[in-house]
Design a protein. Structure first.
Ligand SMILES: [Zn+2]
Length: 230
């Protein structure tokens, strides 16, 4: 569940992302009545097995719900809640098609699982949030070019990043780019290649550059603007 909105007197409109159908919307009638059979499970982050009825409009109607994972520890931690909310928001903005994208579904589930895991104290860090963003850009088909200049293919002297070009750029192609430190470049390469739980470390300045690089790439190529990562 990415988003749950109060609707009418006692209903909820749900924005969901499913493993098999991608993004869809549903309505849960009577979900806000005190004795609703849906209980308190129609809330963001819940991983659910839903029984759905196809109605007349765009929205499916929820007729049954089983909880697969409620991530209870995530819900009791402010930083984890905030990180989870930003992740769901990024999914809403970037993955809006009713087309299955199992890697995207799995990525979000892994991130929520990490945020729920008491053995993962770094899970709510900016490093992991930015690694999630990079991986989300990758599974959505908007990964920045990091191996060579996105404008001319040059493999050396990569000193800038250009959202318009969609990746790192060399000294000769740096018009319209911003300076990207070696540390920020290394962070992006490592974050894309490693599991979320092993997100690399980096200094705040480098992390700001990474956030800007991902943000500008998605603005230019996916036409979406993400909220601040932290
Ligand atoms: Zn170049």
């Amino acid at each position: 569940m990415l988003r749950s909105i109060r609707y009418g007197e006692a209903d909820r409109i749900l924005h969901l992302y499913s493993k098999t159908q991608g993004r869809f919307g549903a309505i849960a009638k009577g979900a806000r009545k005190p004795k609703s059979r849906f209980g308190g499970r129609l809330e963001p982050f819940f991983r659910l097995d839903l029984v759905l009825h196809e109605g007349r409009g765009d929205l499916m109607t929820v007729t049954g719900v089983t909880t697969l994972d409620g991530y209870p520890r995530l819900r009791s931690s402010g930083p984890a809640l905030s990180a989870g909310a930003r992740a769901c928001d990024a999914m809403l903005r970037l993955l809006d098609s009713a087309e299955a994208n199992q890697p995207a579904y799995n990525l979000l589930c892994r991130y929520l699982g990490l945020l729920d895991d008491p053995g993962q104290p770094r899970a709510a860090s900016l490093e992991v949030a930015l690694s999630f963003r990079l991986k989300l850009a990758l599974v959505a088909g908007f990964a920045p070019e990091l191996a060579s200049c996105a404008a001319c293919g040059e493999a050396e002297h990569l000193t800038g990043f250009s959202g318009a070009a969609g990746g790192v750029v060399c000294g000769s192609c740096e018009a319209g780019s911003f300076g990207l430190s070696e540390e920020a470049h290394r962070f992006m390469v490592e974050a894309m290649g490693k599991p979320l739980a092993e997100a690399p470390e980096a200094e705040p300045l480098a992390l700001r550059q990474v956030e800007r690089a991902v943000g500008e790439t998605l603005e230019h190529h996916a036409h979406v603007q993400l909220r601040a990562a932290a």
